[in-house]
Design a protein around this ligand. Structure first.
Ligand code: FAD
Ligand code: UDP
Length: 400
């Protein structure tokens, strides 16, 4: 902790003095160590170096950058996402402006179908979904609203992920689209999960079949990894991959730490393990041009073990004779991908958060370190805000 951080700075000052040129200090001394090269770590590193003028070492235990948003060309040359499909969408112009310094964009609006035993209908549920499923001809929003209102079951108060859906569309549509998918994805019934989980997916009475309605929806033109490379390409940033925090913490000297891994891991699980849901990905290349009419098909049925299938060329616009897809199989063990929104998990996280608040010189940022089911844009927003607050404080201290 604190004492050897102080020793680190003292040693650097000494070496600076001996070599007589403080701006050429050996690079094993850093102002900041950033653990994790995903969105949270990359934004923090970029800001600290480019805006703050700080020397930064970024490490990741994986041998790649981008965290879960990492993408790469597979053996067939098709750009795929190693950790499942990542579609960028946001309502924040600030976040778009920030990321646009590092990438061009390819406009892309995400569309998803749900496969109900072979019948494929738009998801989120919209008027087209209802018409196809029930052989109806609902023409207006009002007609679709009436139809849903007849099925909706009032639930008071709305607490769980079952409540939000049943209160909007009724039990039958809930069971067809949400119950099985959620049970597979989270390993628990929607009635055991916070309402925020299924509330991510709206219900519509119009025929808008886009998955998101955000004002900005696009993919980085050359992919996420290229964008991360541009963010981290700075003379004050060093990167070491395939390195765990535990392996390096004693080998390099740093004044402050940015930690973007699981917060419970940082504190050696002292209050017990925070649950994270994991996934197994099966990546396949097919000897055909296309498999699906849209990028993602969801499989809510419980007897199908995977939750969804993604065909990447829809996302990237790439032209190729073959096509690459990914199946997602949810599981309990493995890399932590999703914090699990439940009251008791939130309570446990709060204990770690209190501990974090009394751990100076360590900044906890990102989906795993703040235990929040955040999309990419939210992580960028969180990191930018955290940086702004932090650097203001540091500059105040440095001025004293
Ligand atoms: P991460 O990307 O998890 O990065 C953390 C990094 O820290 C990892 O690379 C990890 O290896 C490293 N690390 C952790 N501990 C240590 C340690 N002790 N030592 C060294 N390194 C360590 N968001 C969207 O906006 N749109 C989407 O379509 C979307 N789809 C998603 C699909 C899936 C399957 C998943 C899992 C997530 C999806 N997300 C999506 C969310 C998105 O992935 C996250 O918001 C974002 O990537 C989080 O960035 P992060 O930096 O907080 O965490
Ligand atoms: N969900 C569902 N059926 C679907 C799509 C989503 O039950 O067809 C539920 C499920 O619990 C899922 C949550 O809604 O985890 C959020 O869905 P989203 O597509 O946002 O999940 P993510 O892309 O974050 O995995």
């Amino acid at each position: 902790g604190q004492s050897w951080l102080a020793v680190g700075s003292a040693m650097r000052a000494l070496i600076d003095e001996v070599t007589g040129k403080s701006d050429a200090a050996p690079m094993e001394f850093y102002d900041y160590l950033v653990v994790g090269a995903g969105f949270a770590g990359a934004v923090m590193a970029e800001r600290l170096a480019r805006d703050g003028g700080k020397r930064v070492l970024v490490i990741d235990r994986r041998d790649l950058i981008g965290g879960n948003a990492h993408d790469h060309p597979d053996e067939a040359g098709i750009m795929v996402h190693r950790y499942g499909p990542h579609i960028f969408h946001t309502n924040s112009q600030d976040i778009v402006d920030y990321l646009s310094q590092f990438t061009e964009w390819r406009p892309y609006e995400h569309r998803v179908l749900a496969d109900l035993g072979g019948m494929q209908v738009p998801m989120p549920i919209n008027r087209t979904t209802l018409n196809r499923l029930y052989g109806l001809n609902l023409q207006t929003e009002a007609e679709a609203e009436d139809f849903l209102a007849q099925r909706a079951e009032p639930v008071e108060p709305l607490v769980t992920s079952a409540d939000v859906v049943i209160s909007k569309v009724g039990r039958e549509l809930y069971e067809a689209f949400f119950r099985g998918y959620t049970r597979k994805q989270w390993g628990m019934d929607p009635s055991e999960l916070d309402k925020s989980v299924t509330a991510r997916v709206p219900t519509r009475t119009n025929t808008d079949d886009r998955y998101f309605t955000d004002s900005f929806q696009a993919m980085p033109a050359d992919g996420y990894t290229a964008m991360f490379n541009a963010m981290l390409d700075h003379p004050l940033i060093d990167i070491r991959l395939g390195v765990d925090f535990d392996d390096i913490r004693k080998q390099v000297h740093f004044d402050r730490l940015v930690f973007t891994g699981p917060i419970d891991e940082y504190f050696n699980h002292c209050f017990g393990k925070l649950p994270y849901r994991s996934l197994e990905f099966r990546h396949v290349t097919l000897d055909q041009e296309w498999l699906q009419p849209v990028a993602v098909i969801n499989y809510p049925a419980e007897d199908v073990r995977f939750t969804r299938v993604t065909e990447y060329k829809h996302l990237t616009g790439q032209v190729a004779e073959k096509t690459s897809i990914t199946y997602e199989y949810p599981c309990a063990e493995g890399d932590p991908y999703y914090p699990i929104p439940r009251p008791e998990n939130q309570a446990l996280f709060r204990r770690y958060e209190d501990l974090a608040a009394s751990t100076p010189d360590v900044l906890f940022v990102g989906r795993l370190a703040t235990y929040r089911y955040y999309n990419m844009d939210q992580v960028v927003g969180q990191a930018l805000a955290k940086y702004r607050r932090h650097i203001a404080q540091v500059r105040e201290e440095e001025a004293m």
